[in-house]
Ligand binder design. Structure first.
Ligand code: COA
Ligand code: ZN
Length: 317
């Protein structure tokens, strides 16, 4: 069975847009529940300005606690500049992500830099991460469409990806920040990227604004991509991208992939427990498109009957 590799970004992309300030201990508990579900990689937080994203002001404390309590977890954190990298490195982070949006306006809104300045900040941060022996991921944000500038030219996405690779990043994350991609566009863009980048260095990051995220993930699988970002319960969204909605829900991706013959290593029953926990913390109903059905299957299992139509609900047990 072919494996796919999922990074759950719910503690970072999921929480950054939430009004309710989630406590550090609750964030740690959510991450622990994701690990219990079999999630092998988590993007836990952002080392950004606490004025820009107040939810992430506990990044240093949270990462220290993760290091102490979940030492074997592959955990990454967003670091938009050298200051963020220094902070991350000081608390033992081994993998960082930089965010480069593919358009001028989106960089201005997101990180208060021109495209040129953003490229420079990302290059410096990636080079420094490499010199410190850290792994890195480079997001190419608004890689399909920008809420301010419309369709992003593919040539720009290709050129920026190459700059990030030249700066030593280990992974390019093609991000559909506002959820405007379609499967056709995914095939077009990822095929072009795969011609110039080793496929195992390409990851995708989809938002589900128009209900296309699972279809887009399927299209990326078809191109050969095996690295996916997703967010438990589908929580997510960029505070600086108008119209952006939640991420591809991890449970939707796992269900689609497992049912299609791919192995994720993730236990859907336990993943739903993590979604329930996030619901309580955020005081809102969460869950991707499959969650209502998944929850019904979980109730049937709890009542003692194994639903024959879904033998994979507890894949690890
Ligand atoms: N961590 C903490 N504080 C930081 C920081 C970091 N990585 N980088 C800069 N700062 C602080 C500065 O010290 C300064 O603090 P002060 O106002 O108390 O003096 C303040 O932030 C502004 O610094 P400056 O260098 O002028 O940056 P800026 O105002 O142009 O902001 C970013 C740039 C990148 C720090 C800011 O836009 C940011 O954090 N954005 C968040 C982006 C994000 O998370 N988006 C969602 C994910 S895609
Ligand atoms: Zn996102």
């Amino acid at each position: 069975m072919q494996q796919i590799f999922i990074t759950d970004v719910s503690p970072r992309d999921g929480l950054q847009n939430q009004d309710i300030q989630v406590s550090t201990s609750a964030k740690l508990q959510l991450i622990r529940m994701l690990v219990d579900a079999g999630v092998a990689s988590v993007e836990a937080t952002s080392f950004v300005s606490p004025k820009a994203v107040p939810q992430m002001r506990d990044a240093d404390v949270l990462m220290k606690q993760i290091g102490l309590t979940l030492p074997h977890l592959r955990v990454s954190a967003l670091a938009p500049n050298l200051r963020g990298l220094d902070r991350a490195h000081a608390v033992g982070v081994k993998e960082i992500s930089v965010v480069l949006s593919a358009t001028e306006t989106m960089n201005q809104r997101n990180i208060n830099m021109s495209l040129e300045a953003a490229v420079e900040a990302c290059v410096l941060t990636l080079q420094s991460a490499h010199n410190r022996g850290l792994r890195s991921r480079a997001y190419i944000g608004v890689a399909f469409e920008c809420p301010y500038e419309g369709v992003t030219p593919l040539s720009v996405v290709l050129a920026l990806s190459q700059k990030m690779l030249d700066a030593g990043t280990n992974e390019i994350v093609i991000a559909d920040t506002i959820g405007s991609a379609s499967p056709g566009a995914v095939v077009e863009r990822l095929s072009a990227l795969a011609e110039v980048t080793p496929i195992d260095m390409l990851a995708v990051h989809f938002h589900d604004t128009r209900g296309m995220a699972v279809a887009n993930a399927w299209a990326a699988l078809g191109v050969g991509v095996r690295r996916f970002d997703a967010s438990a319960g589908g929580i997510g969204g960029c505070p600086f991208a108008p119209g952006a909605a939640g991420n591809l829900a991890t449970e939707d991706l796992v269900l689609m992939a497992e049912r299609s013959g791919f192995s994720t290593g993730i236990d859907l029953g336990r993943l739903l427990d993590a979604v329930d926990f996030a619901e309580i913390q955020l005081q809102q109903r969460l869950g991707g498109r499959a969650s209502a059905w998944l929850r019904r299957q979980r109730e049937k299992i709890a009542a003692g009957s194994t639903p024959i139509e879904f033998e994979n609900l507890r894949t690890n047990t």
